[in-house]
Write a protein of this length. Structure first.
Length: 642
């Protein structure tokens, strides 16, 4: 149990939280919500013991194990799977002790290390780490790549995997779905629903909060209030509370007015003096109820396009991918393959945009969604086929790196002036005011802006150009719930065409009229909703997944955020799991587990080291080989289950 008693928390001169009295019980999954700046991350820091309460107490059980996502990660040469495995400190220490004992040929220490590995569950440690990485989008070969070879977004995933690997009683996750795509979000959702400890979760993804949370902790106005249920249940309860509060406030105000009217009328009357005095006392004792104050509404606006032709953009029989000379981005890694051959990611794509289209792009990680968007933009030349663009086409493109491309040390007005040197400062101020950069905020350096403010500015710069096509690749990573709702409303009112890639199911469900699926090297309409897509992801056969996860480091893998990516498409696989293959895979795992258990039992016997360690060395080599085989067999079985 985590208990807050008269708890107050201050950051600098600002009081973030005060008079917090509540308890969080084991097994609860608590979504911590509230506007930016209300103290959500500071509350996490207090639970971790990084900041002290300004007043009151925060009571935690002794020996409480707390896991959270590290904010930074150095550029390490360690393989990704070793970095994640180190999250389980006991297993990591036991494996290190085993390696040191073998290096020193200390067979007694080897036996002790094996006994310790048995105690801490170390024999399946690598398999558990591999499953976490697999679920977060790292196929087998990528798990062996050094941490330093991954870009920033993929290192965030590694930090998340390491936090999940850490044995914990309390798990603190601050925006875990940022930098995840939809299939990884769906996997994480299922993992968290099975977590046995207490989960505290900060997220701006309302579908994620709805599916994971059992409770919601709302921070507002320096207070914290706990609600039973998920985010939607919290919204209903809070709306009813605010309604009742306003009714009570109006009732009290009416009674006050009535009493004051009587006092004013009869205070000078000797006959009514006693009654007037009685009402004065009653008025003084009348409990006040605060009026409901409407929070400042966040609103954004995409101006109408200058011109809006019907047929805007089309790809005909397009092969999308990367030419032989494509350079690798910073942070990329891996073998670029045959320098003399282009890398085709999508073949024979036929994709058109007309005014009013609202298309959501779905597809597994690395399947080519960003490749398709870049081909539509024209940033990536087609390897085959044709791209037709209307002469009046004007594209607004939000890429995953757009926020990072903002110029440090400059203001929002500086950015607009770079686009339109001849426009007036007042025009810029009027426009930025509509995007919640009022007054002097328009002249402030972006260096002091939050991630959400930078993302809002990036969208504003796109809107200023008055595009007739919006191509948005993960635009919500830094946006809070209110901003996401405002973006959904703005996109719903936009008269042009929209192509949206997003892991936020609420946003993509509100905005999109149709879905297209990018998978297995093909772009095609998807006849279903997001629940159908989640079911399709779970049912994908092993062969199709292997085709996307194999083939080393293709150009798409490196160009799309240095992430594991697809090889050229494999032949279509059957849509259902083969029962014979499933039974065979399960039997293979059971056989390897039994063999490994037998070897480990023998290794725990000190007598086998009496001959100088020959038998122990032989068993250890066999043990290591079986571990590798078991990990591969478990990954194959996991793929069959989907």
């Amino acid at each position: 149990m985590i208990s807050f008693r008269n708890f107050a928390l201050r950051r600098g001169e600002r009081l973030l939280l005060s008079d917090v009295d509540l308890s969080l019980h084991a097994g609860w999954r608590v979504g911590v919500v509230g506007r930016n700046g209300t103290g959500k991350s500071s509350l996490f820091a207090a639970v971790r013991g990084e900041v002290e309460a300004d007043r009151g107490d925060l009571d935690l059980p002794s020996r409480l194990r707390i896991a959270s996502i590290a904010q930074e990660m150095p550029s390490l040469p360690d393989p990704a799977i070793d970095f994640v495995l180190a999250g389980d400190a006991a297993v990591h220490a036991a494996l290190q002790a085993e390696a040191n004992a073998f290096a020193a040929e200390d067979w007694e220490a080897v036996a002790e290390a094996h006994q310790k590995l048995e105690e801490v569950g170390g024999y399946d440690g690598a398999a558990r780490a591999g499953k976490l990485l697999h679920g977060l989008g790292f196929p087998g070969e990528a798990q062996q790549r050094p941490v330093s070879s991954f870009s920033g977004g993929w290192r965030v995933r590694l930090n998340l995997a390491r936090a999940l690997m850490t044995p914990s009683d309390v798990l603190l996750l601050d925006e875990p779905t940022n930098h995840l795509d939809l299939d990884a979000v769906l996997w994480l959702e299922q993992w968290l629903m099975k977590y046995q400890g207490t989960l505290l979760l900060i997220s701006h993804d309302r579908e994620f909060l709805d599916n994971v949370n059992t409770h919601t902790l709302h921070l507002h106005g320096g207070r914290a209030k706990l609600y039973i249920g998920n985010y939607t249940a919290f919204e209903r309860q809070r709306a009813e509370q605010l309604r009742q509060q306003q009714i009570q406030h109006e009732k009290v105000q009416a009674e006050r007015a009535h009493l004051q009217s009587f006092i004013d009328r009869f205070k000078a009357s000797a006959a009514k003096a006693a009654q007037a005095q009685s009402r004065v006392k009653r008025l003084a004792k009348l409990a006040d109820t605060e009026a409901v104050r409407a929070e400042r509404e966040v609103r954004i606006d995409f101006p109408a396009p200058v011109k809006l032709p019907h047929a805007l953009l089309r790809l005909n029989h397009a092969d999308c991918g990367y030419p032989p000379a494509a350079s690798l981005p910073a942070g990329g890694a891996g073998d670029a393959g045959d320098a003399g051959a282009a890398t085709v990611i999508l073949r024979d794509a036929n994709f058109g945009l007309e005014a009013g289209d609202r298309i959501g792009l779905l597809g597994p990680n690395g399947a080519g969604k960003s490749t398709l968007v870049k081909s539509l933009v024209g940033d990536l030349a087609l390897l085959g086929g044709e791209r037709y663009a209307h002469p009046d086409l004007r594209i607004g493109y939000f890429a995953q790196h757009t926020v990072e491309a903002l110029v440090a040390g400059t203001s929002p007005i500086d950015h607009l002036r770079e686009i339109s040197p001849s426009a007036s400062t007042q025009d810029f101020r009027n426009f930025l005011g509509k995007w919640s950069f009022p007054g002097d905020r328009a002249f402030e350096s972006i260096d002091g802006f939050s991630g959400g403010e930078r993302a809002r500015l990036a969208l504003a710069l796109i809107a200023w150009r008055q595009p007739n096509v919006l191509l948005l690749d993960e635009p919500t990573n830094h946006l809070d719930l209110e901003m996401r709702e405002a973006l959904a409303e703005a996109l719903s009112d936009f008269p042009g065409a929209i192509v949206l890639v997003s892991h936020d199911r609420h946003l993509i469900g509100l905005v999109s009229d149709t879905y297209w699926r990018v998978a297995d090297g093909v772009v095609q309409p998807f006849d279903g909703d997001l629940d159908d897509y989640a079911a399709w992801l779970r049912s994908r056969p092993q062969d199709a997944k292997a085709a996307e996860a194999s083939g080393g480091a293709s150009a798409a893998k490196q160009a799309e955020a240095a992430a594991p990516a697809p090889a050229p498409p494999a032949p279509a696989a059957k849509s259902k799991v083969n029962p014979h293959r499933l039974s065979k895979a399960e039997a293979r795992v059971a056989e390897l587990e039994a063999g490994l258990a037998g070897i480990e039992a023998e290794l725990a016997d000190p007598a086998i080291y009496a001959d100088g360690g020959t038998r122990g060395q032989e068993l250890t080599r066999r043990q290591q080989a079986l571990r590798r085989e078991l990990q591969e067999a478990e990954e194959a079985l996991l793929d069959l289950y989907g």
